[in-house]
Write a protein that binds this ligand. Sequence first.
Ligand SMILES: C[S@@+](CC[C@H](N)C(=O)[O-])C[C@H]1O[C@@H](n2cnc3c(N)ncnc32)[C@H](O)[C@@H]1O
Length: 293
Amino acid sequence: MTNADSHVTWREMLQRTQAEIGDRVVAQWLCEHASGCDAGEFKGIVNEFVSDRSAQHLQSMLSRYSAGEPLQYVMGRWAFRRLDLLVDSRVLIPRPETELLVEHVTRFALQKMRDVGRSVTIADLGTGSGAIGLSLLAELPFESAEIWMTDSSEDALHVARANAAGIGRSAVGARFGHGSWYSALPEELRGSLDVIVSNPPYIAQGDPMVGESVLKWEPHSALFAGSDGLTDVRTIISDAAQWLVPGGFLALEMGHTQASAVSELFSSARFTNVSVHKDLAGKNRFVTGVSPR
Ligand SMILES: C[S@@+](CC[C@H](N)C(=O)[O-])C[C@H]1O[C@@H](n2cnc3c(N)ncnc32)[C@H](O)[C@@H]1O
């Protein structure tokens, strides 16, 4: 339908694309992406002819999208807070609910900087695309934070590093570590982190509620964590106090049914001010707490 054709304008191509996939917004995004323009620029080229190269790119994206691949992987990018992140099948697609987790951590980090009058050290465990850690670097004052982004997946770290390059000078405080949870951090950091934040895998193996597209396309190592989904959450909480400064902040994303189990784990590890926070849909989504003093 959208074969390379030097006499088709972008306006016509957009109409054809919309007719083919039946979704105006997605058609618009794909055409903008194939043209190399942002939304504003695209308006200015709608009467220009589509180049063969752009038509081929669009056709290839349409084939992948029609085969069920998530739009984010097809376009190879996705917006997260202020960032335009590279995403592909090596990493979880960053979710809007995680944007709120960044907000909680930003607030705590800013307060901590005011209280202690120095820059802060943060670990984003299981960084994936780097969505959390890189957003913090982009949003906290310049050079005010050193952020350790770790993952057990080398593939994910390649994506996170590419995204760090994309944020330019804000990435000055970016550090990367490969390994399982705390083993990815240098030993000297033990007892000195101001914040640990993580969106770990938290889905129970075999959970029937997981969407077909998620199961087929997203990395299972980013999703599943044992029979109750809490294997990784337990590991992160049980060792957190050893890595945080006394009075440090632990912020974890979790499944919306896990609030009481995760809060109990925080309390058993002697965390105080344990609070459950909701996501944009009003579902319990994060637990935060302060490490023993
Ligand atoms: C739910 S994804 C979150 C990715 C990213 N932080 C986000 O919010 O979009 C979980 C991440 O944890 C990583 N992971 C899984 N097991 C791990 C482990 N044992 N140690 C470190 N990272 C792990 C996965 O590779 C994945 O990148």
